[in-house]
Design a protein around this ligand. Structure first.
Ligand code: PXP
Length: 239
């Protein structure tokens, strides 16, 4: 099992103040040092966190494979074809959403997704489709040439404990189905240390992509050090 860390929130903090820090590239380097297997960054159409320049720097200046999350949009596909990340994960995107809500409507966008999968694959990029674990959707992914699917774990992760078994069963069946069809299976969204136990029951998983909970925990793991550091610097005062 491999861990991909989504570092979008580092850029969210930077953009909130319009500063040059914190830099998602520094975050990626720390993730590599901690043993993460890949870095995920979402270049959104509204550029609310990750910027084009981040994507180029994340590809060139750190060692982990870059998984570029993006909408199936012509101008962003063009950027991906220039940057050539190791992977592209196509996701649905709405401007007003706080985060990616739901999986791709693959059946509703068969032709345009098929073209994008083909051109990205031709450029040597591994393409995954972020989808709900439904058999018809997964079969459509296979039909249009996707070699990888990322199962959307959000519904399971955000559900009340009593609702989780049914949702976990759907993820397990979806993973089995995708694997039987020869596709690689990744998973992500909403995963944290509390709900991870269920996620680890899903078979055939290659990579888990986790962002929000890791960055949130990093804040609290790092806060004490940050305050101590600042205190030490302030104590230099001798006026
Ligand atoms: N995978 C995909 C396709 C996503 O869109 C996201 C959210 O950006 C994640 C994984 C990570 O989700 P979270 O931030 O909830 O861990």
């Amino acid at each position: 099992m491999r861990l991909g860390v989504n570092i979008d929130h580092v850029a969210t903090l930077r953009e909130a103040r319009g500063t040059v820090y914190p830099d998602p590239l520094d975050a990626a380097i720390l993730c590599a040092r901690a043993g993460a297997h890949s870095i995920t960054a979402h270049l959104r159409e509204d550029r609310r966190h990750i910027q084009d320049d981040d994507i180029f720097r994340l590809k060139e200046l750190q060692t982990l494979p870059l998984n570029l999350e993006m909408a199936n949009d012509e101008s962003i596909i063009e950027i991906a074809l220039n940057v050539k990340p190791a992977e592209v994960c196509l996701v649905p995107e709405k401007r007003q959403e706080l985060t990616t809500e739901g999986g791709l409507d693959v059946i509703g966008h068969l032709e345009s997704l098929k073209d994008s999968v083909a051109s990205l694959t031709e450029a040597g990029i591994e393409v995954s489709l972020f989808v709900e674990p439904h058999e018809m959707t997964l079969a459509a992914c296979k039909d249009i040439g996707a070699k990888v699917v990322e199962l959307h774990t959000g519904a399971y992760c955000d559900a009340e404990p009593q609702d989780r078994p049914v949702l976990l069963e759907q993820l397990i069946r979806g993973a089995d189905f995708a694997h039987e069809m020869g596709m690689k299976v990744n998973a992500g969204h909403g995963i944290n240390l509390e709900n991870l136990g269920g996620i680890l029951c899903i078979p055939h998983l290659h990579t888990l992509n986790i962002g929000h909970s890791v960055i949130c925990r990093a804040l609290f793991h790092g806060l004490e050090n940050a305050v101590s550091e600042m205190l030490e610097a302030v104590m230099e005062y001798n006026g």
